[in-house]
Design a protein. Structure first.
Length: 280
């Protein structure tokens, strides 16, 4: 009997020791796994970012929020937008709100913008345009490639700027709107981006490369675990043609709710304003 009790105690001790060892190994395994999760991702950051736009095409569509901050001569204004974008059809719809004017007048009605290959359509444009008419702008004629003119950066054009990434570093892991993301920081070249971009953005990005004060665009971008852009911030610079003053522009685009319906219909020819637009 005494020998049986001693044997049972020995077996119990072995089980306890084994459990402790398993827990210890499990903890070590978790620590290693966590270390891997917090470490830098696989792949060269430059190559990862040059193909980030492809992940948006695969996602199909998303909702988006935009912010365009302009600073010149000690004055700073912010234009905000919200809407949807179809990355396969290259079509988007935004409601863009202009800031108060310097006199403190209240914000007017938002401008509705339709983003399409080679064109920007604006409704409630003001400047003598009838309320039921759209203004159409050929983006190939814009010196900024419609990265700034519309008060918001076309989400897919924003992504394709990354195709011209020259240098980039992995900053770390964080969260954007509740999504786990990888933060990268770098510099893109608009001329290189235009050469690598899809056909619809090749011309506009090439125009921006010539129209901005510099073709170099610093950026911060946040990718989720599927490689999709969740947030991207560009810093552009151009010279005000009338006053010859440098203007700094920070464009931020937030993408979320991938797969959201994005039914964007372009206006008929008869709904497009054919008159002259007054300068505001």
């Amino acid at each position: 009997m005494a020998r049986r009790r001693q044997l049972r105690r020995a077996q119990g001790a072995t089980v306890v020791i084994g459990a402790v060892c398993c827990l210890g190994l499990g903890a070590a395994g978790c620590a290693r796994s966590d270390a891997v999760a917090q470490g830098p991702p696989a792949g060269d950051p430059v190559e990862v970012l040059r193909t980030a736009a492809d992940a948006l095409v695969e996602a199909g569509s998303s909702q988006t929020r935009t912010s365009l901050e302009m600073a010149t001569g000690g004055t700073r204004v912010t234009i905000r937008g919200e809407g949807v974008y179809d990355y396969r059809k290259r079509l988007g719809r935004l409601k863009v709100r202009l800031p108060q004017d310097p006199a403190g007048a209240a914000e007017g009605r938002p401008i509705t913008e339709l983003l399409a290959p080679g064109a920007l359509y604006m409704k409630n444009r003001g400047a003598g345009v009838p309320d039921d008419k759209w203004v159409r702008v050929d983006t190939a004629t814009l010196s900024d490639g419609n990265l700034v003119t519309g008060g918001a950066t076309d989400p897919f054009a924003a992504a394709e700027v990354l195709r011209g990434t020259r240098a980039a570093t992995f900053v770390g892991r964080t969260e954007v709107a509740g999504a786990r993301v990888r933060h990268y920081r770098g510099t893109a070249d608009l001329e290189a981006a235009s050469q690598a971009a899809s056909e619809v953005n090749r011309g506009p990005l090439g125009a921006a490369a010539k129209g901005f004060a510099t073709a170099r665009v610093p950026f911060d971008v946040y990718l989720d675990d599927e490689g999709r852009i969740r947030k991207i911030r560009h810093r552009f610079s151009f010279v005000n043609g009338e006053r010859q003053e440098p203007v700094a522009v920070a464009s931020t685009t937030l993408l979320y709710d991938f797969g959201a319906p994005a039914d964007v219909r372009l206006p008929a020819d008869g709904d497009i304003y054919a008159g002259r637009i007054a300068q505001e």
